[in-house]
Design a protein around this ligand. Structure first.
Ligand code: ASP
Length: 332
């Protein structure tokens, strides 16, 4: 069992209503908005990814990084572990379906040169992240969706397969019995893997892949394939990724915002906190909202923040692989 590093901030506030906190937290974020890290002191290689299942994904990514491989390969190979794992019910094979019982997948990837690719509403392909990479590398486009993405995947040699496992089907059938079949957008139904890495050459890349919110409307696309929302990489500045309620991330273009804030001198932690502040401000009174951001500067400094406690991320560097608790806007 890995030790957990605690990053949870302690304040005396116990707060169900998000809106009342905004002023104080924003002031705090502005007050200490300048990074103190010295240029030239780069922590590399390094890979970070969201949630507990990021630990296994990091191990695969690390195998690439430790032998001097590219961050781009690491972030693809890393998240494929979660995509293939039927126990991870929020990503790829074994992901919980939409309300019609269909597993629909979103994924994106971005490299150090600013190239990016994504797929959305893709069905019956186990590794959407690899299709996203093909979109990036082999087409003039950034994003393919639905049937077109599937046709492209099949033409590229990916095999079609049923992604709905018996366990995921049983969970969906139980949901059908218990719910009014209206999708809920809340803190309980997500766990996308987002990953960012810096390689031995100092280059950054990122990836993000998900089956999206469980029991969503058929055709719903979340933040994960939207460049700038769930993923953004700028090799001169840093990279960020997101998990949680995708609609809230899209509305605030979170990952791009975080990278731009880092460009202006915020540390990754401060940038994530400010991006969460924007989410909170846009959703006053939404007491079930969860979004988590994870960021890395180009010198390998890591930061994170979520709306509520519970968001975790995995960090793998030369000293090992460990799970960390994120700081949160609302204290537990
Ligand atoms: N961000 C994802 C979405 O909204 C959900 C998740 O984090 O799993 O599709």
């Amino acid at each position: 069992m890995q030790d957990r590093r605690k990053f949870i901030k302690t304040t005396a506030l116990a707060v169900p209503a998000l809106g009342s906190l905004i002023g104080a937290r924003e002031a705090q974020s502005r007050d200490d908005a300048t990074s103190t890290r010295q240029p030239g002191n780069v922590r590399k290689p390094l890979v970070v990814s969201t949630w507990n299942h990021g630990l296994a994904a990091n191990v695969a990514a690390w195998r690439v990084l430790e032998r001097g491989g590219r961050a781009l390969d690491a972030v693809e190979i890393g998240v494929k572990v979660s995509e293939a794992d039927p126990k991870v019910q929020s990503v790829g094979y074994g992901g919980l379906p939409d309300r019609d019982g269909r597993v629909t997948l979103d994924a994106s990837i971005m490299d150090a040169s600013g190239r990016c690719g994504s797929v959305a509403f893709l069905q019956e392909i186990k590794h959407p992240i690899s299709v996203a990479r093909r979109v990036m590398e082999e087409t003039p486009h950034v994003m393919l969706v639905g049937e077109g993405a599937l046709q492209f995947a099949l033409q590229s040699g990916f095999e079609r397969q049923d992604l709905l496992t018996p366990e995921a089907r049983a969970a969906w059938e139980k949901w059908l019995e218990e719910s009014d079949a209206m999708p809920k957008v809340d803190a309980q139904r997500h766990d996308t893997i987002g990953m960012v890495a810096i390689d031995a050459q100092g280059d950054l890349s990122g990836s993000c892949t998900t089956s999206g919110l469980a029991y969503k409307m058929h055709g719903r696309v979340g933040d994960s394939p939207i460049i700038g929302a769930a993923l953004y990489v700028d090799n001169e500045v840093g990279a960020a990724c997101a998990t949680g309620v995708g609609e809230a991330v899209i509305r605030t273009v979170g990952s791009f915002l975080i990278v731009e804030l880092m460009r202006q001198g915020h540390t990754p932690e401060q940038a994530c906190r400010e991006a969460i502040a924007r989410v909170v401000r846009r959703h006053p009174g939404d007491d079930d909202l969860q979004v988590g951001y994870l960021a890395m500067s180009r010198d390998g400094e890591i930061g994170s923040c979520s709306v509520r406690p519970g968001f975790q991320y995995a960090v793998h560097d030369t000293s090992g692989n460990e799970l960390c608790d994120s700081s949160s806007w609302v204290e537990g």
